[in-house]
Design a protein around this ligand. Sequence first.
Ligand SMILES: [Zn+2]
Length: 382
Amino acid sequence: MGSTTSLPTFGRGNPHSNYTAAKRSASSAGTDKQHRKQQSSSSNGANSLARSKSCSNANFGKQQKQHLLQQQQQQNGGLESTVEPATNGSQWHKKQKQQQRLKNLQRPPANGGLVGLNNLGNTCYMNSILQCLSHTEPLLRHFVLERRFQPSAGRNGSGLAKAYANLMLRMWAASASPTGADCTSPTELKQCVAQYAPRFRGYSQQDAQEFLRYLLEGLHEDLNLVSVRPKLPPVDYEHLDLLLDDDKADELWQRYLQQENSPVVEAFVGQLKSTLECCHCSHKSVTFDPFWDLALPIPGKSRTSLDACLKLFTNQETLDGNERPTCDRCRCRRKCVKRFHLYRLPSVLVIHLMRFSGERFKTKLNTLVEYPMELDVSEFLD
Ligand SMILES: [Zn+2]
């Protein structure tokens, strides 16, 4: 395991750089044996991977505890060596307190993040997502280190952000047990999600990816800096088509941010480039759309890789027959080729593997999808 894969890192890296895979499930909480059994059968085939540099340690538990302790020791050593001589004792203490406060904001508590989650009854879909998110740096920073969870000015808030923050603070509380085997219940959070997404009432099995989307969108709604969404004029495609791709993407992104702008969007939302080319006149139509996760198809094999899924997703596709789109230049339906590229990458890339195939009779794909600890997506960027 390289240095980038072993410790939560708290500097924001280049969003266009490699991603580190987070391979952590609720089973690593080590508090719920039954959970492990249920998890394998309960996610309804929707595998969701939250990918983040901060969520990088595949073997949490004791190993992470040790890392954090080591980190704390190193940082404490650094603090001592950087304290400047003070001429006045009270000034020195004041400065030291300020420095400590600042450092407390910049790092998670040592011995924290080890509290597991109780299974409330088929809630492994929720626990696995919460465990991933609890170690996802932008959210950890926002909710636990900076404790910012009040609804933005002008918004009433659903209480979800507060419930999420309360849960994360409990999960990141210093473990009272040397084995880090404490656990807590996400009851309040589940009730808040169910208030606006009734499907999550009760204790039946649910889809982890759907829960993630509802949760992130709910947190975003509470924290959206835009209190009242302005009514925007329709997109002027004629004007946009005159721009270079980069300018076009920027303009559409700024338009999106005029309505949706929160720490959740900043962390999780990216922009996907879609290019449609007419096979008759070679006219290209390019659009840029925001995405919260990438839903990737799985090649029909018994074993494949995440890279192969990304390749399949970004492969050129021919649209013919009934699928022929209308070409803006030919002004009639033409055979076209379509391609996706990743354009703007979020800090945290969520990948959803589409395990259901077929239209009328959905069958589950049990293909084994291997993925690396560090994912290089540069090949799929444009
Ligand atoms: Zn054409």
